[in-house]
Every structure is written in C-alpha cells, then in structure tokens.
Design a binder for this molecule. Structure first.
Ligand code: VGL
Ligand code: ZN
Length: 201
C-alpha cells in the first residue's frame, strides 16, 4: 500500500501567515491534484499540522529560532483554506510538547494517540509520497524520518517549497533527501498503487 503525506500546509506557512514560505500557496493546487489522484486509487492521505503551545523552546522568545507560529487551535495553525483535504484524511499533529521542534510528521500523533509509523504499519503502507511546506525543514525531516522507518520514500518535487532562511537551503535539503535514499517525482509520473506485488513474487 502507498500513502500520500501532506506536510504542514497551514495558514502560517502561506503568504499572510506568521512564518510564510515564499509563494507557499502556489503548491496548493498541485497538492489538490495529488490528493484527487490518491483518493481515486483509494490511497490513504495523511496531513500533518505544526501544533505548538504558547511557550516552546522552538520559538525565539523562549530560546529557539522561530517567530511564534502555528499556535494550537489558532487561525495560523488551520489548514490553508484552499487545500482540499478529503474527510478521510488522517490528521497528525506535532511540536506539541514545548521541548522539541517537531519537524518530522513521524514525531507526530493522531487524535487517538497513535504515532504515524504505527498507523502506516496498520494500513500495510510500505511506500510514502511526501510534499508540502517547508522543503528545508518539515518536508526534509519527514522524508528522513520515513527512510529511518524503512519506508520507500518519494519526495514530491513540484508540490514542496523551501522557506530558505539561508539561500541554498532548499537545494541542500534536496541533496540530503536523495542521499538518504529518497526518490523525487512530479505529478505527471505520480502513479500510486493500492496493491503492489513486492519484488521477488
Ligand atoms: C516548519 C519551521 C518551523 C515547517 C515548522 O513546517 O517546515 N518550519 N516550524
Ligand atoms: Zn514549528
């Protein structure tokens, strides 16, 4: 089974938000198309949300590096309004504790408390497609987390954008993902499979 993971497409990471990714909203129509195709194939869709408390070591005011963003239950933490998540989407929230950055969706949990890896295992998922915001932080760490979890991992190159605090961070993230064994793909080659014959059968 394949799964699609949409990382942090939230108001605060889009233009007008507290920590905007330049042109972050421009990947939304592309992600909508990925989701439509995944839904058509019956592929599970996971959406992560950065979900921080008021005080966290992740924020500059408490010793971290970021301006406040994605406060739990705020407008900024809500999914970007044009993102067409199906009702069946599995929502994973991360960065809740106040003591971690929570960059990877694999550090997140569902409302029922299960972590993402367990949910994917229960569904029989062995390959994930990952896109969203931002390429150089949460997409990167989610891709690396997927590789560490032993999953075949495909980065959606045309449905991710970097925040680029430093110029070149996006390209560095791309190199890091490929070095970790991820593959890159774009919409025209997206061919998710509900059932796959594993090699050797
Ligand atoms: C993110 C910076 C801080 C992200 C989250 O979603 O990529 N970046 N928190
Ligand atoms: Zn954050």
């Amino acid at each position: 089974m394949d799964a699609l993971i949409i990382v942090d497409v939230q108001n605060d990471f889009c233009p007008g938000g507290a920590l905007p990714v330049p042109s972050g909203d421009q990947i939304v129509p592309v992600l909508n198309e990925y989701m439509a195709r995944a839904a058509q194939e019956g592929i599970p869709i996971v959406a992560s949300q950065d979900w921080h408390p008021m005080h966290t070591e992740h924020f500059a005011q408490d010793g971290g590096r970021w301006p406040g963003h994605c406060l739990q239950d705020s407008w900024g933490a809500a999914f970007y309004e044009n993102l067409r998540l199906p009702p069946s989407a599995l929502i994973v929230r991360k960065g809740l504790s106040g003591h971690d950055d929570g960059y990877s969706a694999f550090e997140g949990t569902l409302a029922d408390g299960r972590d993402l890896k367990h949910v994917l295992d229960d569904l029989g998922v062995t390959r994930v497609y990952v896109g969203g915001l931002a390429t150089d932080y949460c997409v990167l760490q989610t891709v690396l987390g997927a590789r560490r979890a032993g999953l075949e991992t495909v980065w959606l190159r045309d449905a991710s954008l970097p925040v680029e605090v430093n110029a070149g961070d996006g390209e560095q993230a791309e190199r890091d993902m490929l070095a970790a064994g991820a593959r890159a793909c774009t919409l025209e080659r997206f061919n998710p499979q509900r059932h796959r014959v594993s090699s050797g059968q």
